[in-house]
Design a protein around this ligand. Sequence first.
Ligand code: FAD
Ligand code: NAD
Length: 333
Amino acid sequence: MSIPIAIIGTGIAGLSAAQALVEAGLDVQLFEKSRGSGGRMASKRSESGSLDLGAQYFTARDRRFAEAVQQWRARGWAAEWTPALYHSREGRLSPSPDEQVRWVGTPRMSSITRALLGALPVQFSCRITEVFRGDQHWHLQDADGNSHGPFSHAIIATPAPQATNLLAAAPKLASVAASVTMEPTWSVALSFAEPLDTPVEGCFVQDSPLDWLARTRSKPGRASSPDSWVLHASSEWSRHNLDLSRERVIEALHGAFAEMIGCAVPPPVESIAHRWLYARPAAAHQWGALSDGDLGLYACGDWCSSGRVEGAWLSGQETAKRLQAHLASHAWT
Ligand code: FAD
Ligand code: NAD
């Protein structure tokens, strides 16, 4: 067995890179600080069923990603979501149908990353704090003081602020990652015993603490009862209320929801709040990935690209492509 490639982060970017490298016959070893895979595509199991608290849906505009999504669909990992879409501006709710094809993981968003991870070797609950190069190979240090290695290459597939320290061995890459600002998002799920009396299934919101809401039962494969809604606060509201308690966030977003949805909103039977500190890059970039081929150090993630699921997946592919190209160009030396 060859010396594996270390991949830090099991979001869609890290798993996209892992899948491409494994398909090319290389060995990988993944590390993840959370208890499960998926990152911002993770779903939370609750008394009301699985809830997508992060990414809500994704679009596929790039041909390569569109092909991957078709494969996921054929395997039952993803399906088209066709919600009754609305928008809300200055407190006025209006239908806002469009032709855009939108996809979700089935039966939950995390089904895709779970399936991509498959049986690949991974260590969960393992926060990597340092990535360093010995004479020939890469080694990792985790927050519990354990060392891991050797690895032939290291791929950092975390949000930019968490990548900066891990890229210390390549100061130029570290400074690019440090230049990226990522905005937070407060996400709240509210579950109601009886269905709310509204046709809305998804809504883009302006002029409110909210910027998006979705009705879980309208997504393919989800339970229809209770009637669960996921509400996302805008970046601005989330930034200003970053340290508010979960209870206060639920109260504020429940209030904003009740004000805009145009029907009676009873007290929920379950409410959950989750704070995504690094939810989205403040601006899109066109780096594709960051790399120092001679060192063997790479970084990928949505922040290298469009700040969406598609961009993160493409960034993982780009990383794998660069790594393989570098290996091929040195195969004869
Ligand atoms: P992540 O998913 O963040 O994966 C990084 C992983 O690295 C995480 O699992 C993290 O735990 C792990 N990690 C971090 N540091 C360490 C460390 N030191 N050691 C080990 N592991 C570490 N996109 C869309 O296309 N459509 C949407 O509707 C949409 N809605 C969104 C709503 C919200 C609330 C949020 C937060 C995001 C949304 N996005 C959406 C964006 C989308 O989720 C992301 O672009 C995409 O999932 C990012 O994938 P990634 O692999 O780059 O990063
Ligand atoms: P998309 O094409 O559905 O949406 C892009 C943007 O176009 C929307 O944000 C919305 O402003 C507008 N829009 C699209 N359809 C509309 C309609 N029918 N009526 C009114 N406005 C409409 O999807 P995409 O380009 O794949 O973007 C993904 C979505 O993920 C975006 O909505 C983005 O805001 C969201 N996102 C959220 C976070 C977060 O942290 N909350 C992070 C990343 C992405």
